[in-house]
Design a protein around this ligand. Structure first.
Ligand SMILES: *[C@@H]1O[C@H](CO)[C@@H](O)[C@H](O)[C@H]1NC(C)=O
Ligand SMILES: *[C@@H]1O[C@H](CO)[C@@H](O)[C@H](O)[C@H]1NC(C)=O
Ligand SMILES: *[C@@H]1O[C@H](CO)[C@@H](O)[C@H](O)[C@H]1NC(C)=O
Ligand SMILES: *[C@@H]1O[C@H](CO)[C@@H](O)[C@H](O)[C@H]1NC(C)=O
Length: 487
């Protein structure tokens, strides 16, 4: 790179809030590729399968570490994406906790889930401790295969806790009877439950309001901040056939489903049991070209895949289609809206159910803030905009990040857990054009300093030490480099 180009790239760096960072963590695998207009940095590691992340009322990050419990992390925030782990401690040690985590709107109660139950603890956010014994609020959710129980506390309707429970893969037909409690999202009213209430208070299978069913495994749920509309991202089946043809490579699609509004109780507009989204009978089309006799099909259309007795017409008539469809096997784990309601972020943990790895990325979806609807049409094949991707999908899953939980902080930065690597990333919009910027590592194939990314050269120096240690990229180094440039 010429001196002029290097100077120019330094100027570009200066345009973002934070140009250098004294503690830079470097991934042990190829640094992620960051989309134009974004900057990303790894800010924590060494966690045990972090699945759900959420900020408490003091701004500390709570992390549900699967098989371990809930930890609380504070950071020294130097602006931009420059955050350094400060203090971390376990607030709940309970090995049965495996995915779900939510905090009450007053910040004083923590909810977390095992495969069987939802528990609640009184929480003192200032001190970062829970008190008392956990109360079991909801129980009777065990099954062997799809074991996450995602939790979402409504902000619009305080006290309404949504719980998503997947199906029993050994007995998919059990999901066709709503009272079995499989493959559905229910909402439970926790208002004024006290320790005097029986424990468990609710039986998942018989209590709560069914917001939607026929949902194989809707791991991520979110409430649109303006309209209160509830969306969920669905992990559809791994393997399908149609008329004897194996179509698992590119079908069926993963889904974004719209489940309605929590206050929409009018029976003329809402099925009492919530809408049925088709599992295990009908699935959404993703790749039309792979499907024989596809002339009446479109992306997102519910069709008969399994060689069952239903026709495509029956599928379309009986079941609710997705609002958007994503590529097969992307494995969406979380969805979070930014405050204005114009963007939803979706983490795709990725899968190797197809012949080559797919997913393994953080993407966004554009929404109309006022209507609370995605901008893209239901049959769109490009509703997703990638923000953070792995350099080489063929290295996945072993040498890749695998996105799980997402959280937005008070200044709009996006925090992302990678469960397989035990890491937390922070992403911030820079608004800059050109390549996005990964702080820590070369972010490209060129290696060394002055690599492909705008401004990447500065952090490359730190990135040469490819380990889990917090590297000191000193101000003196940057100053010296600046001095060298100007002489
Ligand atoms: C939840 O329960 C409380 C207390 O019984 C009640 O006042 C409130 O209306 C309920 N909320 C919803 C959304 O049903
Ligand atoms: C909940 O309990 C509080 C305190 O006992 C009470 O003031 C309030 O009215 C109750 N709310 C509902 C909706 O029952
Ligand atoms: C679980 O739910 C089933 C009905 O779906 C019921 O028969 C059983 O008693 C429940 N078990 C517990 C422990 O509540
Ligand atoms: C439901 O709640 C939303 C937002 O809180 C509100 O705008 C809407 O009017 C409510 N709808 C009904 C039917 O109460």
């Amino acid at each position: 790179m010429s001196l002029l180009a290097l100077t120019a790239s330094l100027h570009a760096v200066a345009a973002v809030a934070q140009t250098t960072c004294s503690s830079v963590l470097v991934p042990s695998y190829s640094p992620p590729v960051v989309a134009s207009g974004w900057q990303a940095q790894l800010v924590a590691g060494g966690l045990t399968k972090p699945r759900t992340i959420a900020f408490d009322s003091t701004g500390a990050l709570l992390v549900l570490e699967s098989g371990k419990g809930i930890s609380r992390h504070s950071f020294t925030d130097n602006g931009g994406t420059c955050l350094a782990p400060d203090h971390a401690h376990m607030i709940v040690e309970l090995t049965s906790l495996n995915h779900g985590l939510a905090i009450s709107n007053d910040g004083k109660t923590i909810y977390a889930s095992s495969v069987e139950a939802v528990f609640a603890w009184d929480y003192d956010a200032e001190v970062g401790i829970v008190s008392g014994t956990p109360r079991t609020l909801i129980a009777n959710m065990s099954n062997s295969d799809l074991v996450t129980r995602t939790l979402l506390m409504s902000k619009k309707h305080d006290g309404m806790l949504l719980v998503s429970r997947g199906g029993d893969e050994d007995d998919p037909a059990a999901s066709e009877i709503v009272s079995n409690g499989f493959s559905q999202i229910r909402a439970f009213n926790l208002t004024n439950l006290t320790t005097a209430d029986p424990s468990p208070h609710y039986n998942f299978n018989t209590d709560g309001r069914v917001l939607g069913w026929g949902l194989r495994n809707s791991i991520g749920m979110a409430e649109h901040p303006a309209t209160g509309g509830i969306y969920a991202v669905e992990n559809s089946v791994d393997s399908v056939k149609r008329n004897g043809v194996d179509l698992r490579e590119n079908n069926p699609g993963e889904e974004l489903n719209f489940l309605g509004y929590l206050n929409d109780t009018n029976p003329t507009t809402t099925n009492q049991a919530g809408k049925n989204f088709g599992y295990p009978q009908c699935f959404a089309v993703w790749d039309l070209a792979d499907i024989p006799e596809n002339d009446r099909l479109a992306i997102g259309k519910q069709i008969a895949f399994m060689g069952n007795t239903l026709t495509d017409q029956m599928c379309a008539a009986r079941y609710e289609p997705p609002r958007l469809t994503f590529p097969a096997h992307y494995a969406p784990i979380d969805i979070k809206f930014e405050e204005g309601g114009e963007t939803a972020y979706v983490s795709f943990r990725g899968s190797f159910a197809s012949s080559s790895p797919v997913g393994y990325r953080l993407s966004s979806i554009a929404f109309n803030a006022a209507s609370g609807e995605p901008v893209a049409a239901a049959d769109s094949n490009d509703a997703l905009t990638d923000i953070l991707t792995n350099q080489d999908l063929t290295a996945c899953p072993n040498r890749c990040f695998r996105p799980a939980g997402l959280a937005l902080d008070s200044v709009g930065r996006v925090w992302m857990a990678s469960d397989s690597t035990g890491e937390i990333y922070v992403l911030q919009k820079t608004g800059e054009s050109g390549n996005g910027r990964f702080v820590g590592g070369d972010g490209g194939s060129s290696g060394g300093s002055g690599g492909g990314n705008t401004g990447g050269g500065i952090e490359n120096a730190a990135g040469m030490i490819w380990s889990w240690r917090t590297e000191l990229l000193s101000w003196t180094f940057v100053a010296a480099m600046g001095a060298w440039l100007t002489c």
